[in-house]
Design a protein around this ligand. Structure first.
Ligand code: IMP
Ligand code: MG
Length: 186
C-alpha cells in the first residue's frame, strides 16, 4: 500500500514512515539480542495493537526466544483509556522463572501498562521488561512507570497505523500517521 491509498486520506500527516520504523525496530532487535545474550526470553505480544511491531521485532532478535500472546482491553471511548483493564485472552504458558519481555504498541497515560506489569509481576517471572513502539510522555498519569525499551517519543496527538487503531480501523497502514480530528469529532 502506498501513501496515496484511500486510508491515507483520513490522516493529517504522516508522523513516522515505514522506513524509519524498520530502522528503529532493527536497532532495538540488536539491543535486545545483546542484552539477553545466553538467555531464552519469552516475548509477549499485547494484542492487537502490538501485532505488527511484535512480528517485525522478533525477526530482528537473534536468540532462541519463545512467543506468547495476551489480549487486554481498557474500557473507555475510542480515543481515551478509562483505567479499567480487562484480560480478554491470557497467556498460554506460565512465566515462572522466565525472562519476560512485554511488547506494547504505545504508552499513553501509562494506566494499561502499569496494570499489566502488576499482574505479570505476581506470576513469578525471573525478570520482566517492557518494549514499546511509541511513548507519549506528555499524557502520562502514572508517574513511576519505567519503560525499558522505546522506539519513538511522539507528541500529544492521536496516531494510527502499523497496528494502532481508531475504532479498530487503520491498523494495516504501513506508516504511522496523525489521524485527522474530524474523523473522531464527527
Ligand atoms: P494508556 O493506558 O493510556 O497508556 O493507553 C494505552 C492504550 O491506549 C494503547 O495500548 C492503545 O490501545 C491506546 N492508545 C493510546 N494512545 C493511542 C493513539 O494515539 N492511537 C491509538 N491508540 C492509542
Ligand atoms: Mg487500541
Amino acid at each position: 500500500m502506498d501513501n496515496t491509498s484511500e486510508l491515507y486520506r483520513d490522516l493529517d500527516r504522516i508522523l513516522i514512515t515505514r522506513e524509519e520504523i524498520a530502522a528503529k525496530v532493527r536497532e532495538l532487535g540488536q539491543t535486545i539480542t545483546a542484552d539477553y545474550r545466553g538467555k531464552n526470553p519469552v516475548m509477549i505480544c499485547i494484542l492487537k495493537g502490538a501485532a505488527m511491531f511484535f512480528t517485525d521485532l522478533i525477526r530482528e532478535i537473534d536468540l532462541p526466544l519463545t512467543l506468547d500472546f495476551m489480549a487486554i482491553s481498557s474500557y473507555g471511548s475510542a480515543t481515551k483509556t478509562s483505567g479499567v483493564v480487562r484480560i480478554l485472552k491470557d497467556l498460554d504458558k506460565d512465566i515462572v522463572d522466565k525472562d519476560v519481555i512485554v511488547v506494547e504498541d504505545i504508552v499513553d497515560t501509562g494506566i494499561t501498562l502499569s496494570y499489566l506489569k502488576k499482574i505479570l509481576e505476581q506470576r513469578g517471572a525471573k525478570s520482566l521488561k517492557v518494549a514499546t513502539l511509541l511513548d507519549k510522555p506528555a499524557r502520562r498519569k502514572v508517574k513511576d512507570l519505567y519503560v525499558d525499551y522505546m522506539c519513538f517519543n511522539i507528541p500529544d496527538a492521536f496516531v494510527v497505523g502499523y497496528g494502532l487503531d481508531y475504532d479498530q480501523v487503520y491498523r494495516n497502514l504501513p506508516d504511522i500517521g496523525v489521524l485527522s480530528p474530524k474523523i473522531y469529532e464527527s
